[in-house]
Write a protein that binds this ligand. Structure first.
Ligand code: SP5
Ligand code: ZN
Length: 358
């Protein structure tokens, strides 16, 4: 028995084309081929197509106004018509109503689409195109279907302890109110909330993506029912998301102590990385269910991070988290080296499924 893979063909519909980085349009790395490369590597696993779920959990994790914005902004942009005017068929904001502009005042909603584009977005590299909403929403359905599998809300007869959601685009940079970092809807946060709703008393999210999951951290910052632990390249060494992910961030209010960040130096390899995974496994150990934000961009070959983790490292991480024996939903986050991402995901899942071998 292997861990089932939940996927949707709709997740291929998001084609970012470009990401504007330091003012320069560069080629996007979060491409549809990621889905196929991962599927190919997981041929031995049962594949389950995601089933549609309503917006209930989604609109409790995200502000409904944000969800509506993401659902409609591309059609509005096309009507603009910015494609005809400037040759831009993707939504790219140029004004952001951050505190630098508002200084405590409440801004009025922008009348122009190109003004409104910055209202729920915090960077310039996360473009919204024709299929972005459909893909992001399908990724949420992948996460929710995976939750169904581990909570036996689907009566398949056999108990499934772990399921993998092949979510694309990824989600851990999305806060309750906005997107960035190649992410549009927070699949892992939705999975965690759905596990709570299915009466798993406390949920832990362990984030193995090379980047800090600032969105997931923000969503659960003041809550004690979801713990968030992350292992990532040190933002203080100059890495995205720059403003969050330091060890001093531990949560607030009822959530004080329920956030744990383990920033790592550039070049960190398997040994110290696995020490961090061990630490986060202990941090997650008291929970009743687990969500793994499974980014594989910490791998040595990945173009978006300087960490040096191997496939064996990911397998060992899977064994450490699998040995907790918790109902688990692993959600795909980043991972951009097309020739290796599938094998890295397979290694993690194999480790998770055979914790004794680790
Ligand atoms: C989900 C996830 O892994 N998001 C991470 C996005 C971080 N991107 C940082 C972009 C840094 C500039 N990359 C330039 C590469 C040229 N395309
Ligand atoms: Zn990442």
């Amino acid at each position: 028995m292997t861990i089932p893979v939940v996927w949707s063909p709709e997740t291929r519909r998001h084609e970012p084309m470009r990401e504007v980085w330091v003012g320069v349009p560069t080629e996007g790395t979060e491409v549809p081929a990621r889905v196929d490369r991962i599927l190919e590597a997981l041929r031995a696993h049962d594949a389950v197509e995601a089933t549609p779920h309503d917006d209930d959990v989604l609109t409790r994790v995200h502000d409904p106004a944000y969800v509506e914005h993401l659902r409609t902004i591309h059609a509005e942009w096309i009507a603009g018509p910015y494609d005809q005017l400037v040759g831009q068929d993707r939504v790219v904001p140029y004004v952001f109503p951050t505190p630098a502009m508002t200084q405590g005042m409440t801004p009025t909603q922008a009348a122009a689409t190109h003004g409104r584009a910055g209202a729920f977005c915090y960077d310039t590299m996360t473009l919204v195109g024709p299929g972005t909403w459909e893909a992001a929403r399908a990724a949420v359905d992948c996460a929710l279907t995976a939750v169904d599998l581990v909570t036996s809300r689907r009566s398949s007869g056999v108990e499934t302890r772990a399921a993998y959601a092949l979510c694309r685009p990824p989600g851990h940079h999305v806060t309750s109110q906005g997107y960035g970092g190649s992410c549009y809807l927070n699949n892992a946060a939705v999975a965690a909330q759905a596990l709570l709703d299915a009466s798993h008393g406390r949920v832990a999210v362990v984030d193995l993506d090379a980047h800090h999951g600032n969105g997931t951290q923000a969503i659960f910052w003041e809550r004690d029912d979801v713990r968030y632990g992350s292992l990532h390249v040190d933002p203080a060494a100059g890495w995205f998301p720059h403003y969050f992910g330091h060890a001093t961030e531990t949560g607030a209010g009822a959530g004080e102590g329920a956030t744990r960040n383990l920033p790592l130096a550039e070049g960190t390899g398997d040994g110290p990385w696995l020490e961090g995974v061990r630490d986060l496994a202990a941090f997650a150990g008291g929970a009743d269910a687990l969500v793994v934000s499974l980014g594989v961009d910490a791998a040595a070959d990945d173009p978006e991070s300087p960490l040096q983790v191997t496939a064996d490292g990911y397998a060992a991480a899977g064994a450490l988290l699998g040995s907790l024996g918790l109902p688990t939903v692993a959600v795909q986050e980043g991972g951009y080296h097309l020739d290796t991402i599938g094998g890295l995901v397979a290694a993690y899942l194999d480790g998770h499924d055979h914790p004794a071998a680790g």
